[in-house]
Design a protein around this ligand. Structure first.
Ligand code: CA
Length: 342
């Protein structure tokens, strides 16, 4: 056995039921748990290699060693949560060819205008710009090829549970409640439906391998205080309109209901690739930090190579990261080993 190749310690965010925690013998002879490695969240699955939110992309993510696989969740006309990033279908499916005349005035086909049965007839594909047809990430899976379908959240939960059983691994899920206010205006309570569904599939407690995420701060509060979500919860933080969430007062308010924040990488590293003080301030508020999104094919100007971006990000003490290329991120974390331990 090669003693240099040891498995990284598991994050407390992803416990292994029944497994003994790895222990470290300190120089004093005392025994302590090693600090956890950052968790890797496969962003929309292993979306750098296969069309986002297809079961193929989720299976690949599991095979590549991702700790969690992400589900963006929107709702159908008949009230079924499905796994799609956008509230419209035009950028990732053949909806325009299949359902001519079903677009709204904005020219887009909206998920809430279609039943699950209708959505099942669509073919999912690599993301394109609906206006031009140009593939968003040109070097990825060829748009318009392959046979992939839309899945309901329940189908994906069953798929992940099946993989967890057949592989013997714990595979975490990381669902995002998309556009809750928009769904409410359409007559749907998406968050309530997702919490109920998760509960029926065994995801309800902090120790369950599930993290709920949402950009809408009011909905994060509602998930915890009204809808009774007792599992892990992350407040996503995007553009400047959410700056108030990251002030000392804002972080303290977030920490009253959430376990962590999910900021963009641009808030964790500045325009020159240097760490900001955000990770330290979030940790001081008792919040973990899961940053988004690592993409090999979309690097910031200061990073000529993907691994430089990964190394700079991991060196900030971040607790987890969303990656379109989970295999490369898992490999980098393991290669760094002690250097990136928190
Ligand atoms: Ca997401």
């Amino acid at each position: 056995m090669d003693r240099r190749r040891r498995a990284p310690p598991r994050s407390p965010w992803l416990p292994l039921p029944g497994a003994c925690a790895a222990l470290v013998v300190l120089a004093t002879g005392a025994v302590a748990e090693p600090p956890a490695m950052p968790i890797v969240i496969a962003h929309r699955g292993s979306s750098g290699y296969l069309p986002e939110h297809t079961l193929a992309a989720k299976a690949l993510a599991c095979a590549q060693g991702a700790d969690f696989v992400e589900q963006d969740v929107v709702m159908t006309k008949d009230g079924v949560p499905v796994v799609l990033h956008d509230t419209t279908l035009d950028g990732v499916s053949d909806v325009r060819a299949r359902f001519p005349g079903r677009a709204r005035g904005d020219g887009r086909h909206h998920v809430t205008d279609f039943t699950l049965a209708e959505l099942r007839t669509l073919s999912l594909s690599e993301r394109v710009d609906p206006a031009t047809g140009a593939q968003t990430y040109p070097d990825r899976f060829p748009a318009g090829t392959g046979r992939f379908g839309i899945v309901s959240l329940e189908e994906e939960l069953e798929f992940v549970a099946g993989l967890a059983r057949s592989t013997g691994r714990t595979i975490g899920i990381y669902p995002e409640i998309k556009a809750p206010a928009w769904h409410r205006a359409e007559g749907h309570d998406l968050a309530a439906a997702v919490v109920a569904l998760l509960g029926r599939h065994g995801y309800a407690r902090r120790e369950d391998p599930c993290v709920l995420q949402c950009f809408d701060a009011d909905e994060v509060v509602r998930l915890r205080r009204e809808l009774g979500w007792a599992g892990r919860l992350v407040q996503l933080v995007g553009g400047a309109e959410q700056d108030h969430l990251l002030t000392p007062e804002g972080l303290a308010r977030v920490a009253e209901v959430a376990d962590g924040i999910g900021p963009s990488i641009g808030r964790i590293l500045d325009g020159d690739g240097r760490p900001t003080d955000l990770v330290a301030r979030a940790h001081a508020a008792g919040l973990v930090v899961h940053g988004w999104t690592l993409r090999r094919d979309r690097l910031p100007p200061w990073a000529p190579a993907f691994d430089l971006l990964q190394d700079r990000l991991l060196a900030t003490g971040i607790d987890g990261v969303f990656s379109d290329f989970p295999d490369l991120t898992v490999a980098r974390i393991r290669a760094g080993d002690g250097a990136v331990r928190r």
